[in-house]
Ligand binder design. Structure first.
Ligand SMILES: Cc1ncc(COP(=O)(O)O)c(C=O)c1O
Length: 340
């Protein structure tokens, strides 16, 4: 009997990674304290290290990227204020409208350009005049990477300068900022220059089980710390999770290049099958699957131990728990689908 388990091939997201033995050892050995009192040395160390690395005054650890983004929006905007955001942005589209529902902040969604940015003319046209009929436009929120695309550095400079010139603050959802950094070979400080706050996720491509960090000035983070507590994100001995984040920062950043190579390799293989693929810039690729194949292809892949969110516009994501051999196995399964 063959008892060797087949390693799962999960292309749904880079959030599916298992905690590695080294990371678990770091977590088990972490000194901890009550972080609501600011007493957790490992959380404090993570916040210090990451703030230093990105060139911010300070940082704050959160359980999730959703909460980190929301606390940032609430730190920048008060009740009845407005933030400008892309139609496709996570904070607008995939966080249940938390800014409006929980923050009393009106979103002003604008169409995203093909490269993931928002045209400055559209931003200019959306900024409301100082008039009691309008919400006060306070903030521009961008995302990098955006659906796996790296926003051009020149655009980020122009957009943040433009926002500041017009009296807006700037927030970056940098859930996958390290993918952008590795892809564009930038240093952390250059990659986020011009933003008043940045949310960085540790539990996407970096492989930590949970955790995001919000970067900002002392004032912004003091406000975000208050909101974090109200939102239920005040964790106690959170150093166990912060230790995973520190481990991830040390061991799992440079290797993101492998995920990018694997995504490129996967996209070429799918294209060779005649499928329309958008060539990936980082670890996320999109492939169009005709509607009639969605359900049977999902079943076929599952039968071969492959999990994928197959849809007409399918997103496939590579990560540290996917080797080149597993990508080959996935490609084989796509090739052997009898329905093509
Ligand atoms: C771009 C982006 N921002 C924010 C989040 C939210 O992160 P979390 O799932 O930790 O709440 C995600 C989650 O996938 C994301 O992809």
């Amino acid at each position: 009997m063959n008892s060797t388990p087949t390693p799962p091939i999960d292309l749904r997201s880079d959030t599916v990674t298992q905690t590695s033995p080294g990371m678990r050892a770091a977590m088990a050995g972490a000194p901890v304290g009550d972080d609501v009192y600011g007493d957790d040395p490992t959380v404090n160390e993570l916040q210090r290290v990451i703030a230093e690395r990105f060139g911010f005054e300070t940082a704050l650890f959160f359980p999730s990227g959703t909460q980190s983004n929301l606390a940032a929006l609430m730190a920048h905007c008060g009740r009845g204020d407005e933030y400008i955001v892309g139609q496709d942005a996570h904070t607008y589209r995939y966080e249940q409208g938390g800014a409006a529902v929980l923050g009393s902040i009106q979103p002003q969604p604008l169409e995203n350009d093909a490269d993931g940015g928002i045209a400055l003319e559209r931003i200019a046209a959306a900024i409301k005049p100082d008039d009691m009929h309008f919400a006060r436009t306070r903030l521009l929120a961008l995302e990098n990477t955006m659906g796996g695309r790296v926003l051009p550095l020149a655009y980020l400079r122009d957009a943040t300068t433009f926002a500041h010139t017009h009296g807006l603050r700037t927030h970056l959802d940098g859930a996958r900022i390290f993918n952008a950094i590795v892809k564009s070979k930038l240093d952390e400080r250059t990659a986020v220059a011009g933003f008043d706050s940045v949310s960085v996720c540790l539990s996407k491509g970096l492989g930590a089980p949970a955790g995001s960090v919000l970067l900002g000035s002392q004032d912004v983070i003091a406000e975000a710390r208050r909101w974090r507590k109200a939102l239920g994100g005040g964790m106690r001995q959170a150093g166990i999770l912060a230790a995973a984040g520190l481990y991830a920062l040390e061991h799992n950043v440079a290797r993101l290049a492998e995920d990018h190579d694997n995504a490129a390799y996967l996209s070429v293989g799918l294209r060779d099958l005649g499928l329309p693929v958008v060539p990936p810039q980082t670890n996320i690729l999109y492939v169009d699957i005709p509607a009639r194949h969605v359900a049977p292809l999902t079943e076929h892949l599952l039968g071969r131990g492959i999990r994928a969110s197959v849809a007409e516009h399918t997103r496939l994501v590579t990560h540290l728990d996917l080797s080149r051999a597993q990508i080959d196995a996935a490609l084989r399964a796509f090739r052997e689908y009898p329905g093509w």
